[in-house]
Ligand binder design. Structure first.
Ligand code: ADP
Ligand code: MG
Length: 252
């Protein structure tokens, strides 16, 4: 099996006042091209810290990350930008991540421009194509972020992430704030995009129910460690860890 992302022995401590919090303690995981790995665990277990380290927003104290065969930690400048086009992120709340005054078209235009994906003259068409790709009417292009619904915002965030044709999208609680019907729509959109474009996902959620429909494999985190990982069906049918059993028991 070829590997797109390989994370080994990731550790991270945060200092809070004169106390140290071990957010991650030796986390290892891997993702194959076109695969969905769900990272599930209770709040505070370290999931977002993994995401922030992958996005190079936070530096780990120890560990190695290889993405597409290239060492990710230590990359700077143009080399980092080139990788960032290939490794995109969708957050829980696009309202917090984006300028609320930004327009839908502007948000999707950013990555096209920054990464030079298509020439200036081609960009309006590329934006329209991406909007269609995520099931949004092209009439929404001129709307501002605060003028569209939560589900529509998450579709815009997905279009923005897709604009650079990434090999991996990290989704951190991307469907957690959505009501169940909108959540189901977004999950089927993500599955369809994966089928059509072969994109891999690191799908992070505190809710096992949200990952069931999309995960190929599940890694369960608790207290900064991965306590169990395996095929999604196996983990859900017969969780091996106490945390896994508690998550399954809590999932309707
Ligand atoms: P999760 O996403 O699973 O809820 P996080 O990765 O956000 O967990 O947090 C893991 C642990 O690290 C928690 O104990 C959290 O309080 C702590 N933590 C996260 N970010 C910071 C920070 N910037 N400063 C101090 N502690 C932090
Ligand atoms: Mg989190």
């Amino acid at each position: 099996m070829s590997t797109l992302l390989q994370v080994e022995g990731l550790s991270k401590r945060y200092r809070r006042g004169n106390q140290e919090v071990a957010a991650l303690d030796g986390v290892s995981l891997s993702i194959a091209p076109g695969e969905t790995l769900a990272l599930v665990g209770p709040s505070g277990s370290g999931k977002s810290t993994v995401a922030r380290i992958l996005l190079r927003l936070v530096e780990p104290d120890a560990g190695r990350i290889s993405f597409n065969g290239e060492a990710l930690l230590g990359l700077r400048g143009a080399a980092l930008r080139a990788i960032r086009a290939n490794l995109q992120m969708v957050f829980q709340d696009p309202m917090a991540a984006f300028n609320p005054r930004a327009t839908v078209a502007g948000l999707i235009d950013d990555p096209l421009r920054i990464h030079g994906i298509v020439g200036r003259a081609e960009r309006p068409r590329a934006i329209a194509t991406l909007l269609e790709r995520v099931g949004l009417a092209t009439e929404l292009a001129g709307r501002r972020v605060h003028e569209i619904s939560g589900g529509q915002r998450q579709r815009v965030a997905i279009a923005r992430a897709l604009a650079t044709r990434p090999a991996l999208i990290v989704l951190d609680e991307a469907v957690s704030a959505l009501d169940v019907l909108v959540r189901a729509d977004i999950l089927s959109l993500l599955a369809e995009l994966q089928r059509d474009e072969g994109v891999a996902y690191l799908f992070i959620s505190h809710d096992l129910g949200a990952v069931r429909a999309i995960a190929h494999r599940i890694a369960i985190m608790d207290g900064g460690r991965i306590v169990e990982q395996g095929e999604a069906a196996t983990v859900i049918a017969a969780p091996a860890s106490a945390t896994g059993r508690a998550l399954v028991a809590a999932t309707p």
